[in-house]
Design a protein around this ligand. Structure first.
Ligand SMILES: [Zn+2]
Ligand SMILES: [Zn+2]
Length: 271
C-alpha cells in the first residue's frame, strides 16, 4: 500500500501522491483564503506587540502596524506564489519558438518556451488558481510538502486573526505595556495588566503619532489608517497624490512597491 505523502498522514493514496482527505483539506483551506486575507488586513494594525522596534524610541513602545500579522500575510503570499510557479514550470504549456539560430543541417533551431502565467499577484487569485489544478498537485513529486506548507501557512493566518474584531486597538498601556483593546462604545479602557484606566482618544493619538514616521505601501496605509483616523481612505487615493507632487515617494519595500511616510498621508487626509 502506498501512503499519502503528507508528513502527518498515513492514509492510502487515492491518486498521485495524496489521499482524498488531504486533497479535500487543501481545497477547503484554499477556499477560505479570500476571507482570511480580508480579516488579516484589519488585524495588521491591531497587535503590534511582537514587531520591530525603532531604536530611537525611548521606551519599548511598539509600532502601530501589526508586523507579525503582515509578516504572516507575506509568508502566505510567498508559500502560495512559490507553489503556483513550481506547478506552472512543471505542467504549464510550452511552445516551440525559433531561436534564430540554424543547425549544421540547415534546419532552424527551436526551443521549448514556457507560456507566461496570466495570474494576478493577489492571494485570493493564487488560492483560486491552485484550487483549479488538483490534477497537477496530486501527482507532483513534492505534493506532500506542498499540502503541508500551504496548510501550515493558512493555519498561521487563522491564528493571527483570532482577536475579537469589534474591539478597537489603543496601543500598549503606558504603565505596564499590555495591549489595550477598547469597546467601541466606551470612552475609556481599563488595562488588563495593571487595571489602570485610560482615555481612548488620548491613547489613539499616541498611536497615530507613533505611526507617523513609518514607511508603508499605499495598500498598507489604506488598510491601517481608517482604524486610526476614523475615516475611509483608499489605496488609490494615496497613489493619486504621488504624481501631483503632494506626496513624496520613499524607499520601496522588498517587492519594489513604492512606500510613503504615514505622517505625510495623515496630513493630506486631514487637510
Ligand atoms: Zn493524506
Ligand atoms: Zn497597564
Amino acid at each position: 500500500m502506498i501512503t499519502c505523502s503528507v508528513p502527518s498522514c498515513s492514509n492510502p493514496v487515492t491518486g498521485g501522491n495524496l489521499c482524498g482527505a488531504c486533497l479535500g483539506r487543501l481545497d477547503a483551506d484554499l477556499a477560505a483564503v479570500a476571507d482570511l486575507v480580508a480579516e488579516l488586513d484589519t488585524t495588521i494594525i491591531r497587535q503590534a506587540r511582537t514587531g520591530q522596534r525603532v531604536g530611537a524610541r525611548p521606551t519599548e513602545e511598539p509600532l502601530p502596524f501589526n508586523t507579525s500579522a503582515s509578516e504572516i500575510r507575506d509568508d502566505l503570499r510567498n508559500v502560495l506564489s512559490t507553489w503556483v510557479r513550481d506547478l506552472w514550470e512543471i505542467y504549464g504549456p510550452r511552445r516551440q519558438v525559433p531561436t534564430g539560430e540554424v543547425a549544421a543541417d540547415g534546419t532552424p533551431v527551436v526551443a521549448a518556451e514556457l507560456d507566461s502565467l496570466d495570474l494576478a499577484d493577489e492571494l485570493p487569485d493564487m488560492a483560486a488558481w491552485l484550487r483549479r489544478h488538483p490534477s497537477w498537485i496530486a501527482p507532483h513529486q513534492a505534493a506532500g510538502e506542498l499540502v503541508d506548507e500551504i496548510l501550515d501557512a493558512i493555519g498561521r493566518a487563522r491564528r493571527a486573526i483570532d482577536l475579537p474584531p469589534e474591539l478597537v486597538y489603543c496601543g500598549p498601556c503606558p504603565v505596564c505595556g499590555t495591549d489595550l483593546y477598547a469597546r467601541p462604545d466606551r470612552g475609556t479602557v481599563v488595562c488588563r495588566g495593571c487595571e489602570e484606566r485610560h482615555e481612548v482618544t488620548e491613547r489613539r493619538e499616541v498611536l497615530l503619532d507613533l505611526a507617523r514616521d513609518q514607511l508603508a505601501t499605499a495598500a498598507e496605509i489604506a488598510r491601517a489608517l481608517p482604524g486610526l483616523l476614523g475615516r475611509e481612505l483608499s489605496a488609490n487615493t494615496v497613489r493619486t497624490w504621488a504624481p501631483t507632487g503632494r506626496l513624496a515617494k520613499r524607499a520601496p519595500d522588498a517587492q519594489g512597491r513604492p512606500r510613503y511616510r504615514v505622517g505625510d498621508v495623515i496630513d493630506l487626509a486631514l487637510s
